[in-house]
Design a binder for this molecule. Structure first.
Ligand SMILES: [Zn+2]
Length: 299
């Protein structure tokens, strides 16, 4: 598609053959300004770039010939999309751009129990996201590629479930160039939804739009499942969300501090049975990571 007012008459001069493990871009964690590093063109794409990385990524070979798109353009577009998806994901700012290398298996030289298995799950998930992306057609919809099985993570508070989900979501967005959302089932979350349902509310009508987005987004993390008050309305809303995602085989990750037994009976067991069908269930027994991360991120 052509978004520029100066529309080149010819397509890119060449396609870039990339190594299967090279998506054409990478994350450089070096922070120059702000909180995060930067997603950059991979060296092979950079090598073929003739526009100097400047928008609108066109090459003017000579004044008598129409400009052509630079080979870097499609990768620059992906980088812009990834940045937008990460910012709009709902992941809190300090945890955006956290990737698998940020998941540590040890602390102060001592291994963290269970962390190596969790990291292996992350590796597997990332590999699947990479290979799905590599095998999908350009511009293919999420529904045309095989589904990714989600995760149901349960365990004590501070065991690293939420941190795991931040990294998983960043990785999925990064490699698939598709949007993902992180929601926390806090009191405020339901209050906002309820408020938006009221007719007099300035947000009236936005509640359904938002739920629709959550139903359709390719990747969804539902954090802190179980803190909801379990009113009929809340449970029905949650069941409809989970069931719609289940029916459309969309990746869903749930974290909960609750014992799995206490979730089994919610909504007549319908939620739990959906979770089992669409997710790997992992009991996280690691000790409290929160003390560790407190120093680094002050959460
Ligand atoms: Zn270029």
């Amino acid at each position: 598609m052509n978004n520029s007012s100066q529309q080149p008459g010819r397509s890119s001069p060449s396609r870039i053959d990339l190594h299967p493990r090279d998506p054409g871009y990478y994350y450089d964690p070096h922070v120059e300004a702000g909180l995060h590093g930067k997603i950059k063109l991979s060296p092979r794409v950079e090598h073929h770039c003739k526009c100097g990385g400047k928008t609108p990524y066109q090459i003017f070979e000579n004044p008598d010939v129409e400009p052509v798109w630079c080979p870097c353009r499609s990768y620059q577009t992906k980088i812009r999309q990834i940045n937008r998806f990460i910012v709009e994901s709902g992941i809190p700012a300090p945890f955006r751009y956290k990737f698998i290398d940020d998941f540590h298996e040890s602390y102060d030289g001592k291994p963290i129990p269970g962390a190596d298995q969790l990291k292996q799950h992350l590796r597997t998930l990332t590999e699947k996201a990479r290979s799905r992306e590599a095998s999908s057609q350009p511009n293919a919809s999420t529904d045309s590629v095989p589904p990714l099985r989600g995760y149901f993570l349960w365990g004590k508070p501070g065991a690293g479930k939420t941190y795991f989900s931040y990294i998983a979501l960043n990785e999925l967005i990064f490699y698939s160039v598709r949007p993902g959302k992180f929601i926390s089932l806090s009191k405020e979350f339901f209050q906002t939804l309820r408020f938006a349902i009221e007719e007099k509310s300035p947000l009236h009508g936005q509640s359904e739009t938002y739920i629709n987005i959550l139903c359709k987004v390719p990747f969804l993390v539902i954090d802190d499942f179980g803190v909801q008050r379990n009113t009929e309305w809340e449970l029905e809303m949650l069941y409809n969300l989970v069931d719609t995602r289940y029916a459309n085989r969309r990746f869903t990750m749930i974290t909960t501090n609750q014992d799995i037994e206490s979730i089994k009976d919610l909504a007549d067991g319908r939620l739990y049975s959906r979770f089992l069908e669409m997710c790997y269930t992992i009991h996280i027994q690691a000790p409290d990571y929160r003390e560790h991360f407190k120093k680094e991120y002050e959460i």
